[in-house]
Design a protein around this ligand. Structure first.
Ligand SMILES: *[C@@H]1O[C@H](CO)[C@@H](O)[C@H](O)[C@H]1NC(C)=O
Length: 387
């Protein structure tokens, strides 16, 4: 009979060994993306904008797509039907300032023919498409408006609002890009997924769409493998986007039914280093795009915060948000008020603006190890018990 002490010891050794390995390493990175062409769908704001700037910082030519090209474009996609912050032209100005090239492409991802024509045009103009980031999502204002209602009251509208520009457009953009990437025997496709693909957060159609994005990456990766094309699903953590800062999650706490797991006070975390900035996600994506070993990760779900830890990526606050499957993340969330008193939580910042963290903040958020647990444990503890 193995005693609990020996068992604990084995688990501890395994945990330490797991944390000593560094799957993502700075040593594997190409220095830049100069000459590479990337497409980010949904680039007017939020995570898409952060990824575009992150790619631009390392010299890529970035196409950002969306419907809000300039401030004169019609835009009622914000919470409550108000215009959302940001336009493609504003994103491009920041991509260029960061050192990249940028093209604002007025493309409705919901229109199959426009999407195909656009990707073919990119390849006609540059002879290549190296990176596709499937990020466009049009239900940012629809979701909070219908929070608290069950799926049977939302009807077909939920499916179409959440999964047309989102799941379906990601599938098609991947089809069109893969035609060129497989011919070139090189390329990277990233689905911007979510922890919501594993566990209920807002809405049934949302969970289905996010789960399908992970599965899409896994299954497309199998067929893309013969042609040296990498595909992954990326799960950002809580990201301090313009819409989230403007309260896009308001009303989301009106969750019905069973309590599906630990509750986080998202509104409080968004103003802290436990929230990733969009640029942090972008810098992790840029590093991954430059990683010579990226194909080793094909088909997987990856967390930008885990990549950032391995690559040594920090955000514009000078900080590195720990991944949500880490002891550091969970402990910091639990000890929020203590960390606040120590001044370690005071990191709220205007998006994309550099700020100077204190030495203690740097020590805590940048240097202290994260102590992560393997991702499959998330499936065991937080996923629906469907296995
Ligand atoms: C696979 O693609 C990468 C870039 O994505 C490239 O560096 C490498 O040479 C390619 N390998 C083969 C065997 O074509």
């Amino acid at each position: 009979m193995v005693g609990w002490r020996s068992l604990l010891f084995v688990v501890l050794i395994a945990f330490i060994a797991y944390n000593l390995q560094t799957p993502f390493s700075k040593a594997n990175l190409e220095p830049s993306l100069v000459g590479k062409v990337a497409v980010v769908t949904g680039g007017s704001r939020g995570i898409g904008k952060g990824i575009a700037i992150g790619l631009g910082e390392t010299g890529a030519t970035v196409y950002v797509t969306g419907r809000t090209v300039s401030s004169s474009s019609t835009n009622t996609g914000g919470p409550g039907g108000v215009p959302q912050a940001g336009t493609l032209e504003e994103t491009c100005a920041e991509v260029v300032k960061a050192g990249g090239k940028c093209i604002a492409a007025g493309v409705d991802s919901g229109n199959d023919e426009q999407l195909r024509e656009f990707i073919d045009q990119v390849v006609r103009d540059h002879g290549r498409i190296d990176v596709l980031v499937n990020n466009a999502f049009s239900a940012v204002s629809w979701l909070p408006k219908h929070a608290g209602k069950p799926f049977w009251e939302k009807g077909a509208d939920a499916w179409d609002q959440v999964n047309h520009v989102g799941l379906r457009s990601h599938y098609l953009a991947s089809v069109f890009a893969a035609r060129h990437m497989t011919t070139a025997k090189s390329g990277l496709i990233i689905n911007v997924g979510s922890f919501g693909g594993l566990n209920y957060i807002f809405d049934v159609a949302y969970g289905i769409g996010k789960a399908a994005m992970d599965r899409m990456a896994a299954d497309m990766a199998i067929e893309l493998a013969t042609d040296n094309v990498t595909m992954i699903s990326l799960w950002p953590g809580i990201v301090a986007t313009e819409n989230i800062q403007d309260g896009a999650l308001g009303g989301m706490s009106e969750r019905r039914g069973l309590a599906p797991g630990p509750e986080f006070d998202t509104a409080a975390l968004v103003q802290s280093p436990l929230a990733e900035t969009p640029l942090f996600v972008g810098r992790a994506v840029s590093a991954f795009a430059r990683d010579r070993t990226k194909f080793d990760f094909t088909g997987k779900v990856l967390l930008p915060a885990t990549m950032a830890a391995g690559y040594g990526v920090i955000d514009e606050r000078g900080l590195r948000t720990p991944p949500f499957n880490s002891v550091k993340f969970l402990a910091a969330a639990a000890l929020k008020s203590t960390l606040q008193e120590q001044g370690l939580f005071a990191a709220s910042t205007e998006l994309f603006k550099a700020v100077k963290p204190t030495a203690n903040m740097e020590l805590f958020w940048k240097k202290l190890p994260d102590l992560t647990v393997p991702q499959f444990i998330l499936k065991l503890v937080a996923g629906s018990p469907n296995l």
